[in-house]
Each structure stands twice: as C-alpha cells, then as structure tokens.
Design a binder for this molecule. Structure first.
Ligand SMILES: [Zn+2]
Length: 1046
C-alpha cells in the first residue's frame, strides 16, 4: 500500500470554501467487478457480464447531469468511478447521491462502482494549475484505460463525456478506449431507445437555459440547516410534511407526535398562499414558523368549485397558521403534466420554448419546461421531473422525461393514474423470468423428491379443498377438516400457497415483488405482483395436482372447540375439490348440486364422496360459527363494502357486481383465514418479539364519529361509539325498514371515521398497540395471500425461521432487524395506499368516460336516484346507488341563485337565500321554501366536467327533490357500474382501432400504448375476498368526495 496526500476543496453549509488535506492510500488490488477479470480480483456481489460489446465509463459531468439516462436498464456494463460518485455527493446533495447508491445496489441494473482513486495504477494526482474539472476528467479517463488493460484488452471501453476538449484530447490516445459525447453514444449504440434520446435533449435544453434567470427575488431564502435544526429543538419551529389541499390555496403541516407537545397543534398547522408556502411542494418535509395569533385563519369548509372566493362565513374557527422557513427534504417525484394549447403570443418562435406546464395533480405548482416540441406536445400528457426551484423564480424548473399520449385517451389516462401514484409495473424482465421454474407440456414441472421427504405429506391422509368465487384462477388458500382421536378431537387445517419456496429472498423476482408490494387492481385490468407461472400455476392450489403448501393445523376439542395444539409447517397437498361459493352453499343446504370432480363416477362412489365432502363443509361451518361468535363478543365490526361481490363468466369477465347473497359459506372461509392469520401472528410475535411483521388497526379518534352520530340522530337512531362492540351493536340496530340504504350510509360514515389498518414491526410498538380494532383481535397479520401481497411473503419467511428455530434446524440466515422491517412495513403501507388510490381513480375515470358518451339533456342513463348523506353550507353530498358514485350537489351558484323546487318537485335556479341546519338545508325564493333532509332521496342529472389538464370529474345537478322513478324496474344497485366498465372498454378499443388506421398519417408520439398492461382480465376475486379489511383501510372518503368538485 502506498500512502499519499489528497487535497479536497469542499464547500461548507454557508458557502465558505474549505481546504482539506486527507491521507490517501493506494492499493494494487481494487476489485474490478468484471467476469472477464484475469487478475483474480476479490469480486464480491454484482459482476458485469463478459458477453457485452463494450463497457461504459461516464465522466463526472455525465453522472452529475445525466444520471437519469444512465438509469435506463437497457444500458449494460456501466462502470461508475469513485471520482464521479464523490462529485455527485458534493454538487448534488444527499438525495441524488442516494439515488446513485441505490442504482449501484440494484441487481436489476448492470452497473458497478470502481474505486479508481484507491487503485495504484489508475489514480492520478492533481497537477499544479490543473482545474478540478480537467483533473476529474483525467481520472475517469485513466480509469477507463485501466479497465481495458486489466481485462487484457478483451473488452472495449467507451468513456462518455460532455467535455468536447476531452473528446479531442483523449479519443485517439489508446486503441480499445473510445471517448465520445453522450449524444454520439446514444446515436451509435442505442438508436432505437427513443425515450433516452428525448430525455437527453430535454435535460440538455434545461441545462442551457438554467443561467438566464432573473435576479429579482420572488421568495425569501430558506434558512440554513443548522438554524432549522436548532429551531426545531428549541420549539421555535415546527417540522412536518406539507400537505396541500386540493381545492383551496391552503396547505397544512401534519406531524406525528405534535399533539403530545402542544395540544393547540394536534390538528396541524395551516399554511395559506404561495408566499407562505415558500417553494415547498406537496409532500416535502418542511420547517414552519408560526405567525402571530392575530394572523391565524380557519380552514375553508364549503363545497368549492375552485373559483369561488372563500368568504369569512365558510371558514372554520382560526387555527395555528404559519409560514415555511426551510425545507429539510424535497420529496419530488415524477409528475404528469399537460402542455397547454398555445396562444398567438407564444407561437412566434417555434424552437426552444419555455412552457408553463400544468400538473395533473392540482396540488403541484406549474412547472417551467424548456422544450423544442411545444407544438407537437400540445394537449399531450408528459412525464416531467423538477430540477430546481430558486428563490428568484416564481415557478420550479424541470425537464420532460417521456410522452404518455394524448390527454383524454384511455391508455394515457390509465398510465397517468399509475405514474401519479408512483406505481411502476413494467413487464417482467427476461432476467426475472429466467429465475422461474418451467412448466410446459414438453417439460412439466414436478415436485422435488428431497422437498417431498422434508415436508408433511397430506395427499393420502387429508381431504383438502378450496372455496372461491366462480372462475377463480389464483387459489392461494385451501382448507381441510377431519375428526381424530376417535372423535374426541377435530383437526382444522388452512393450507396456503408456498410462494417463498419459489421466490428466494433477494432474487430479482423477490426484489420486483417487494417493490410492487401488491397486485394492483384497476377497473379494467390488473398488474400482478408475481409472474403468471407462479400466480396462476405453480403456486396456485388448483384441484387434482400436487402442490407445495405452508400449513397451519389446529387440534380442537370436538366439544368445546378449545385449541389443544397448533402445528405450523411445510406440506404437500393435492386439493380434491375446487368449489365455488354457490356450490358449497348448495351442498350445505342439502340442495341438488353437481360437483364437477365427481361427475364421471359410479353412483355409489359418488354418493359416498359427496357425503364425505358435505360432512367436512358442515363441520367447517360449525367451527367458523364458533370463531365468529368469539370475535363478536370481542366487538368485531361488520362494515359497509361487504355486500358487493363480482360474478364472473367462463372467461372470467365480470358479468355483474351484485349485492352479496347472504351465503354463510363466504363468512366461513373468511373466518378460517382470519383465524390462520391470527395464529401465525401469535407464533411469529412470540418467537421474534422485536422483529415480527404484524398488522394493527388503531381505534378511531372519537371526534371523527361526529358526522355519523349526528346523521343517525336525525333518523332517530343512537350510535354508541365508545367501543368497537358498542359501535357494532348500535349499527346493527340502526335499520330503517323503509329504506335499507340508511344502514348502508351509516356504515359508510363509520368506515370514513376509521383509521387505516397498518403493517408494523413489533419492535416499534408496545404490545397494547398491536390490537386490531376492526377484527377485535389482540394480534393479527397477513399470511393467507402470498400470491398477491408481499407482506404475506415476509410473514411466510418469518414463520419458516420460527419453525426452524424451534426444531433446531436453524439455517443461520439472519432475519431482518426491527429497523429494516419497519422500513419495509412503511414501504408496503405506502404501496397499499397507492394501490387503493389508483383503484379509486380508475373507477372515477371509467365513470367519467361512460357519461362523456351521453347527452345529459336527453339520455335517461344520466338521470338517477341519489340519497343525501351530508349537509354542507352551500349544498349537499349525495350517493347514487345505481352507479356507486358519490359527489357534491350545489344548492347555490356563483350568481347567488339558489335551487327552488316546484310543486311537482322539479328544480330550477332562482334568486333567493339559503339556510343550513344540522340535519337539513332550506332554500327560500319567490316560489316558497324547499327543504332537503339527510337521507332524502332526490333526482340528479349526471354530466362530465372536463378540463384538459386534470382528470375529468362528474358534475351532479339536482333536477327534482323527489326520488327518481325510472321507467324500468330497479336493477341491483351495482350492476350499472360493471356494465359501465365493459362499455367504456369497448368504446376505447374501437377508438384504438380507428387510431391505428390513422396512425400512418400522423407521427406516433406514444410508444407506451398497451405494453404495460399485463393482464386485461378484470378479476375482482382477490379484491372482494378481503373487502372486509379493505373497508377498514378506506381512504378519507370525504376528501374523495370533494375531489370530484373542480
Ligand atoms: Zn479484476
């Protein structure tokens, strides 16, 4: 090792320059991470393949400015030098540096880090008078040459740089080492990678125009980090996440733990207006300073159409109000924007335009983009990234990343929803698919004898079967039940797909599944968490085939059903029957029913088998009733949302979403799954008290129940919210025999008041915090759906580790620490929220596309019955059962007119006044007084409010204050919704065909089209199976309702 000195010029926080001298050690051996290595380097971890045409070594400037291009997975064999990485850290800050580090860690990216400055033969000390930039370029070039020599000339090396002098100086120095610009590199090696070319020109454009900023300050400077931190410590400043309200120019800071310190701040801090927000963007971690009390304001509570000014009367009582003094962390993501139509003043120069693009998300400020494609991109949706927001600039500066397509087209809108929720679901890569086992007619998959020997084999001893909705393909759970010990005991078994057998921790498939965390269900398609060979085949516990399973088996006392013993472990099963709910229920009811698996058998054998199956189903029902009763005594809640289910045809299309028939077998299966989840939670928590992944559902805040309680009172019901048991009981009592919707609406309000259920690591919370309020269980987790939820995969691994520990066959593999697990839990929670948001947004999208095709004035489909569920000071919130739509209905318009109902109920706008009461609202005009009460049924007209920059929304207008009587008999309430999806898909496909016919005539701007869609089969099975829990996780529904107002 050689010791030398290295001189660094660093910048302090306040901009002072600091000269640092560091001892620097040089080594002969520094790993090259290439599979072509001839020198026996210590190449641990990721290694560059040897079968490439060249390796790429980007210069410092390229890594600093064009990292996004280097992130394309198509680019292989990229060598990042230590020199470049340090430059990123110093000039771009922590966020960008972490991004680079993650890229280096990610096995899906074929790139490595070379510690060039520690390598004796590649390091070059800085020469006197040499500029920092020139020296860095020389270092990188020297590293490129080192690679070529180290690999004995077997691999060409391409250095890419934006420094034209470097190209001239180095390009012909060494054969086999090429020096070219990024543009040449892309053109020569990646001519087809259009997205990279577009990204390159958009970034370089943004760089070129960065300097020409005005010097006038638009915002106050942010305070330095030390001052912010000291201020937070002393209590002068408050730290939190900026959350911008969608409709008003209003934001709030929510921070955990705030309420403990200061009761005043338990509802957050309000930040009003652009200037006070001081360049903070929705989601940023900011520091605020409170304004004097005299400047505090209230939140706007009225229904708002955006343009309306928020008058005094519409504000709640004043609350702590502040201004942003600094930003601790930018949480910028990819944003979808629309390039506005260009007016005459803008269109003079065609080239190089700076355009104020309008983000789809109303909470994000307009973003200034430099582009040469301003004309071509009009009315298109484009993905952009923000680069900077200086105090001298009214708007942030950014660059475009890729074009999604024309606004309003189905695929563009679906991709928009995905990107806006940070959902990345590219097709599974070849490398991932190569990890998958093969199962084809030529090479059928078979069980491994070693595995079979290690597992408990239930194939001959246990009657295993599944019960799912008709047409279900991904069966992740099966059941068994039998009498043992001469009838003294019952053995109940839940057998779950053994996904972790196929998905090794840390494999590409595992990383992808972890990143996705869940299967995503949109209105017309789904994106699977695991490749189809697993989810629909080898992991799916199909009938008549051998499968690996992960089982929980209870020995219960046949009389008392008390648990005698629990066994957890890996098994081999062969499911005998793939039943659907209706069939299972028919067998239980003793009705005549054909079981397909028995169709070919002799009558006697058939009868015996049928009797055996029916007996098992009856026992199962008996056990489940007991379990349910146990939970009911503890206060389990039945919430709105349970009563809808999907009906699928042979092709697994949804033919209808129908109100749930009261099939007991549905509840029986659910109860067994809840039981398995609960017992697995106990097992892993007891074995790993500080690092088990559980799921808790915190009790709701009492104040959130006020709307529920008041609304129920209006109908003469009393709702007791003190405990989950009291709430469940009083909700059961609150039934209006005249109108079943009343109970449904009350349950919906109860759901809205609930907190979300969340995953967490047991090391983080004390045990009294583990409680699941909705299910009334002291511990709960997710174990039963590993095919479509990553949490279940984590839990399967924990259970495997717990079993191994118990048996003393510890593999020695370390399980995740509490901290790692907690980070993972947060990640999964975030992805679940994103999945829910995307699902809701896609439903709204389809609703809008459906109504967009219709003329609201003449089409009877646009007139519907609606029930009032909330009274606001300028209107109502209503629910339309037929379409499952919720939204605001205004009773006062911008001209100050109010809705007046005539004798026959028909409504019109007249000048008059409005008066709000707790359970009703009245308008008074020359016609007299019209009153709208909670739970009244009214008739509304549905139309679409379109804006090119944002999502369309539905506009509801009252046309009569009487219930709507449609000419046809009332259909089941949700049928309209599924027809709606089908019709919209059909129209979109027609439009797509027409567009393809026209495609030859106009340049194609979007290459995305449908390639991201992995599965077009709308399978709501899995979704509805856990609908009980989904109801608990429901997002702030009130906010969603408001989201539909523009
Ligand atoms: Zn080597």
């Amino acid at each position: 090792m050689i010791k030398t000195e290295k001189i660094l010029h660093l910048k302090s926080h306040r901009g002072r320059k600091v000269r640092v001298v560091r001892e620097h050690y040089l080594r002969e051996r520094v790993p090259c991470y290439s599979s072509l290595c001839q020198a026996d380097c210590d190449n641990d971890g990721k290694v560059l393949p040897g079968d490439l045409t060249h390796y790429v070594v980007p210069d410092v400037g390229v890594v600093v400015d064009f990292l996004e291009i280097l992130e394309f997975r198509e680019l292989q064999g990229v060598v990042f030098t230590q020199t470049a990485c340090q430059a990123v850290q110093h000039s771009k800050g922590r966020r960008q540096y972490n991004r680079l580090r993650n890229l280096l860690k990610d096995p899906r990216h074929d790139c490595v880090l070379f510690a060039n400055e520690f390598q004796e033969y590649s390091y070059c000390p800085r020469e006197k008078g040499e500029s920092q930039e020139k020296w860095q370029t020389r270092c990188v070039y020297s590293a490129a040459v080192w690679y070529h020599n180290h690999l004995a000339g077997m691999m060409d090396v391409v250095m890419i740089t934006e420094d034209q002098d470097a190209v001239a100086q180095y390009s012909s120095l060494n054969s086999g080492v090429y020096v070219i610009s990024v543009q040449d590199f892309l053109q020569n090696f990646w001519p087809e990678l259009q997205v990279a070319h577009e990204l390159y020109s958009s970034i370089s454009q943004a760089l070129q125009e960065k300097e020409s900023e005005a010097s006038q300050k638009e915002y106050t400077e942010h305070l330095p980090a030390e001052i912010l931190e000291a201020g937070i410590k002393s209590g002068r400043y408050i730290k939190g996440t900026l959350n911008i309200n969608k409709h008003h120019d209003e934001a709030s800071i929510m921070t955990e733990g705030l309420s403990n310190k200061n009761k005043d701040l338990s509802w957050g801090v309000l930040v009003c207006g652009n200037k006070n927000r001081n360049r903070a963007v929705h989601g940023d971690t900011v520091v605020v300073e409170l304004l004097p009390k005299s400047e505090w304001r209230g939140k706007v509570t009225a229904l708002s159409e955006g343009e309306e000014k928020s008058g005094e009367e519409n504000e709640s009582k004043p609350m702590p109000t502040g201004r942003v003094v600094g930003i601790l962390q930018r949480n910028w993501r990819d944003y979808v924007v629309t390039f506005p139509p260009r007016d005459g003043t803008q269109s003079q120069s065609r080239n190089s335009q700076r355009i104020l693009a309008v983000p789809w998300d109303r909470r994000i400020p307009k973003i200034r983009i430099s582009t040469q494609q301003a004309d071509a991109l009009q009315d298109h949706r484009v993905v952009v990234r923000i680069d900077s927001w200086e105090s001298t600039s009214l708007y942030p500066n950014g660059h475009s990343v890729r074009v999604l397509g024309r606004a309003g087209e189905l695929e563009t809108e679906v991709q928009t929803i995905l990107i806006e929720n940070c959902i990345h679901v590219p097709p599974f890569s070849d490398a991932q698919l190569r990890e998958m086992p093969v199962n084809s007619p030529e090479k059928p998959w078979r069980m491994d004898p070693v595995q079979v020997a290690e597992r408990r084999d239930l194939r001959e001893t246990h009657l295993v079967f599944s019960i799912d909705p008709r047409g279900c393909e991904d069966v992740d759970d099966t059941l068994s039940v039998r009498s043992i010990a001469g009838g003294k005991l019952l053995e109940l078994g839940v057998h779950i797909a053994d996904v972790t057998h196929f998905v090794t921790e840390g494999s590409l498939t595992d990383l992808e599944a972890r990143m996705r965390s869940t299967t995503y269900y949109l209105a017309d398609r789904r994106y699977d968490m695991l490749p189809a060979v697993l989810s629909a085949d080898l992991c799916s516990l199909l009938g008549g085939v051998d499968r690996y399973a992960m089982s929980v088996m209870w020995e219960l006392d046949a009389q008392t059903l008390a648990v005698n013993k629990v066994w957890y472990g890996r098994t081999v099963i062969r499911s005998s029957y793939q039943l659907h709910y209706e069939l299972a229920q028919a067998l239980l009811n003793g009705e005549q029913a054909e079981v397909p698996e028995l169709a070919q058998l002799e009558p006697e054998v058939k009868d015996a088998k049928l009797a055996e199956l029916t007996q098992a189903l009856e026992t199962l029902t008996h056990v489940a009733r007991h379990l349910r009763a146990q939970r009911d005594r503890g206060g389990a809640l039945e919430l709105e949302g349970v009563e809808v289910r999907a009906q699928l045809d042979e092709e697994r299309n949804i033919t209808a979403l129908v109100p749930r028939q009261p099939l007991e077998v549905h509840e029986t299966v659910a109860e067994c799954m809840i039981y398995a989840n609960h017992w697995v939670a106990r097992k892993i928590q007891e074995t790993f008290p500080h690092q088990a992944l559980l799921r808790r559902h915190p009790p709701p805040r009492q104040e959130f129940f006020s709307q529920l309680v008041e609304s129920a009172t209006a109908k003469g019901f009393t709702i007791d919210t003190r405990t989950n048991k009291a709430l469940a009981d009083s909700l059961d009592q609150a039934v209006d025999p005249q109108d079943t919707l009343v109970n449904r609406m009350l349950r919906m309000m109860a759901t809205t008041a609930m907190s979300q259920a969340l995953y967490f690591s047991t090391g983080l919370e004390s045990q009294d915090q583990y409680y699941h309020y909705g299910l009334a269980l002291d511990r709960y987790t997710h174990f039963t759906s590993p095919i479509r939820r990553y949490a279940d995969i984590v839990v399967h691994r924990l259970l495997t580790a717990a079993i191994a520990m118990e048996r003393g066959t510890d593999s020695g593999k370390e399980i995740a620490s509490n901290k790692e697990l907690e980070e993972l839990a947060q990640h999964i929670n975030n992805k679940n929220r994103a999945a829910q948001r995307a699902q809701k947004l896609s439903t709204v999208l389809f609703q809008c596309l459906y109504f967009k095709e219709r003329d609201p004035e003449t089409d009877q489909q646009c007139v519907a019955d609606a029930v009032i569920y909330s009274i606001r000071n300028n209107g109502l919130l209503v629910f339309i059962p037929e379409y499952g739509v919720k939204g605001p209905v205004y009773l006062k318009n911008r001209e100050g007119q109010v809705v007046a109902a005539g004798q026959d109920g028909s409504c019109e706008w007249q000048s008059g006044s409005l008066r709000q009461h707790s359970d009703h609202i009245s308008t008074t005009s020359s016609c007299g007084t019209s009153t709208f009460r909670l739970f009244d049924h009214i008739t509304v007209r549905v139309s679409v409010r379109s804006t090119s920059s944002h999502a369309d929304s539905l506009n509801l207008e009252v046309i009569s204050n009487k219930p709507h009587r449609s000419a046809e008999p009332q259909q089941p309430h949700s049928q309209g919704r599924s027809q709606l999806v089908q019709e919209v898909v059909r129209l979109a496909e027609e439009a797509h065909q027409q567009a393809q016919e026209k495609a030859a005539r106009r340049p194609k701007l979007s290459r995305e089209e449908r390639e991201f869609s992995q599965s077009k089969t709308p399978n709501l099975y899995s979704l509805l199976e856990e609908v009980r829990e989904l109801a608990l996780m429901d997002l702030d529904m009130a906010a969603q309702v408001c989201a539909t107002s523009a």
